[in-house]
Design a binder for this molecule. Structure first.
Ligand code: ZN
Ligand code: ZN
Length: 325
């Protein structure tokens, strides 16, 4: 059954009935002659010109009952009249019809397509180009600058965690096994596509023998439906960040606060050291103003106080590009 759910590429078709094409006599101006019934003008007898057939309005539609479709008419090359596909010789001049071309099929007028071409497409392209240049000019373009290292700063943080009861929430399948006091309610979790009938358009198809068929072309539709699930509030005991131990200073001697020792037991109220984080900052001067960069510890230790440094800055703002250090 693999592939059974794949979307069909061609729409389902449903015949709504066959009707006569119409034609107007160019000789005596008799209008709305029938494509099958009137092979000649009922008024003056002139032969039907198959290339001038047209689809009737709904009010002028004439159904063809028990009409056998044997193929599109063929045009007699001797007298240019349209002849039934099953005729062997022209009914007007008697010429053999073997190998004669089929009449041209009349195409249904579709709703007028959107204005051709997209002149505004060029404006959008020009706008995007202009914006790209503006962004490059303001944000990307760089220049060389020279600076002196004025000082080193550092800051350290140790997160302190406590084992305590906390409230959490999640979907039913995410509730941990040690959760308690669980209360759940139905909430929308996602959506799914469900079949929702078909969308159909009716097309008129010239069969070339003086008739046309009305066909409903239908493609399946879907709609989005909410999918509900249990969403739960619950309480669990977890290591939770409760405090931060901070240190900060200047120079190269980085210090960390005294962290709590690892607790012997995981019990409510126990404390331990959590994540450790450090920030390394370099201060520069270009002779007029101070510039600052947060950098990796390796970059921070590479520069000495008072050292002369070549770096990049934003050409528009003069802002130091720290990644160029
Ligand atoms: Zn006529
Ligand atoms: Zn003929």
């Amino acid at each position: 059954m693999i592939g059974a759910m794949s979307t069909p590429t061609t729409p389902r078709e449903e015949s709504l009935g066959s009707y006569e094409m119409l034609w107007d006599c160019p000789h005596c101006d008799t209008k709305k002659n029938l494509g099958v019934t009137h092979r000649h003008c009922p008024n003056c007898g002139a032969p039907q010109d198959a290339s001038k057939r047209y689809f009737p309005s709904d009010a002028d539609k004439v159904a063809v009952a028990n009409h056998q479709f044997t193929g599109a008419d063929r045009v007699c090359s001797s007298c240019s009249t349209a002849q039934s596909a099953k005729a062997k010789n022209c009914g007007k001049c008697g010429a053999p019809l073997d190998g004669m071309k089929a009449v041209p099929l009349i195409l249904q007028h579709k709703a007028a397509p959107a204005a051709k071409g997209r002149p505004w497409g060029w404006y959008i392209l020009a706008f995007v180009l202009l914006m790209s240049v503006a962004i490059w000019w303001r944000c990307i373009r760089k220049k060389n600058i020279e600076l002196d290292v004025k000082g080193h700063r550092w800051a350290t943080v140790i997160t302190v965690e406590e084992y305590r009861e906390v409230g959490q929430s999640g979907w039913r399948n995410e509730v941990p096994s040690d959760a308690r006091a669980i209360t759940c309610s139905q909430q929308k979790r996602s959506t799914k596509s469900v079949p929702d009938g078909e969308s159909c358009t009716m097309v008129k198809r010239d069969k070339g023998d003086g008739t046309f068929e009305e066909v409903n072309q239908c493609t399946p539709k879907t709609r989005e439906e909410p999918v509900y699930d249990d969403h739960c509030d619950f309480r669990v005991d977890r290591w939770t960040a409760v405090d931060e131990l901070k240190q900060a200073g200047t120079g190269l001697d980085v210090k960390w606060a005294a962290a709590p020792p690892q607790p012997a037991q995981t019990v409510i109220g126990a404390r331990r050291a959590g994540a450790r984080d450090a920030t390394y900052t370099l201060d520069f001067s270009d002779g007029k103003k101070t510039r600052t960069c947060n950098v990796s510890e390796g970059t921070w230790r590479k520069y000495k106080d008072g050292q002369h440094v070549k770096a990049k800055a934003r050409a528009s703002s003069g802002e130091l590009v720290c990644s160029s250090l």
